[in-house]
Design a protein around this ligand. Structure first.
Ligand code: UT7
Length: 326
């Protein structure tokens, strides 16, 4: 794959309010033991009532700016991956463009659920490599707590709020992007949905309008079957093999499921970076949050080979094989 795009900065933000597993024992029939064993989640962050996705995006970008002292005034495209935008329109990207005071940029939201951040990164690479952009902000941010039904134990224990942001810039000789894959199994859309205008899908009436509904077992089975194929497909497009990978960064949905994907793909479990234990499933934010956390723990080093794989609602998937460049 030809690329002239390089990741030059990253940042993250999570709300202050922590909801742990014991808090759920008080509101639904569940236990800390069940949640930890079945999902790997210990706690998650929950936004305030008046704190929205754009607020989290904005703070993640401020963190990025502070961490790497970068100039964002000449950013020419903002891509915000989210399934929980503040408004139907304007997009979160347009709204935070105004908050950041950026004048001459495009702005667009990407809705590919938990695959949104990797879709956004690959779009940024495409825009830059084709000469249409020079500097792109890619953000993954969610306030899933606002579309979570806290009486449904199947879903409420899973989700959290958070945001992560990358800056991607033109680079003639030192690109980060090596290979990518993407796809969608649209016929499986009813495994994971949050209804908006329509009350039905494929002529079936939908449950619980306005809240996330998931056939957990169905998505689990699909992900364990699909993600190893995406891993192999992406590596086959490069000169690298599984043995060359330093880190595997899957969408943090379920640690048991990710361990099973690692087993199938011959990836060491210690190589899988997850943000699950402390942030829960934050959909499009899990991958940048996992990377942000691993950097703060001095795990990821410049030059490391990372395979990012997002998967979820759609059902969609998207991967990026990258050389870490900061
Ligand atoms: O982010 C987008 C992509 N999403 C995913 O990748 C999610 C993939 N799926 C999963 O992570 C798992 O399927 C879940 C964590 C959602 C569920 O775990 P599971 O091991 O697949 O459980 P299950 O849905 O098969 O349910 C097993 C049992 C059921 O009881 P019965 O029917 O066996 O009596 C559920 O009612 O566990 C019960 N259960 C709970 N028990 C205690 C479901 N939720 C809970 C709960 N606490 N919170």
């Amino acid at each position: 794959m030809i690329s002239n795009a390089k990741i030059t900065a990253q940042g993250a933000y999570v709300p202050k309010n922590i909801m742990n597993n014991q808090d759920f024992e008080k509101i639904v029939d569940t236990s800390d033991e069940w949640i930890q064993q079945r999902t790997g989640i210990i706690e998650r962050r929950i936004a305030q009532n008046d704190e929205y996705t754009s607020d989290l995006s904005y703070k993640a970008v401020l963190d990025l700016q502070q961490n790497y002292n970068v100039d964002l005034s000449d950013v020419d495209m903002i891509i915000n991956a989210t399934l929980t935008p503040d408004y139907k329109t304007p997009s979160v990207a347009s709204y935070i463009q105004a908050k950041l005071g950026i004048k001459n940029s495009g702005a667009i939201d990407v809705n590919a659920a938990c695959a949104g951040f990797t879709y956004g990164l690959n779009i940024a690479n495409g825009l830059i490599t084709s000469g249409q952009s020079k500097k792109v902000l890619v953000i993954g941010s969610e306030t899933l707590s606002k579309i979570t039904d806290y009486t449904d134990r199947n879903t409420c224990i899973l989700f959290g709020d958070g945001a992560g942001a990358f800056l991607v810039e033109y680079s003639e000789n030192d690109p980060s992007f090596i290979a990518s894959s993407f796809g969608s199994d649209g016929d499986k859309g009813s495994h994971l949905y949050c209804s908006n205008l329509s009350k039905e899908m494929f002529h079936e009436e939908l449950d619980n309008p306005g809240f996330v509904v998931q056939n957990g077992r169905g998505v689990y089975k699909w992900a364990v079957g699909t993600v190893p194929k995406i891993i192999q497909d992406t590596l086959n497009k490069s000169k690298y093999t599984i043995d060359d990978l330093d880190w595997f960064v899957p969408h943090s949905a379920n640690s048991r499921m990710i361990e099973s994907i690692c087993d199938k793909s011959n990836i060491q479990k210690e190589q899988a970076l997850m943000s699950l234990a402390y942030y829960g499933n934050t959909s499009s934010a899990t991958i940048p949050l996992s990377i942000n956390r691993a950097i703060s723990e001095n795990k990821i080093k410049k030059g490391d080979l990372l395979l990012l794989v997002g998967f979820g609602g759609g059902l969609t998937y998207s991967s990026s094989l990258i050389k870490w460049s900061i």
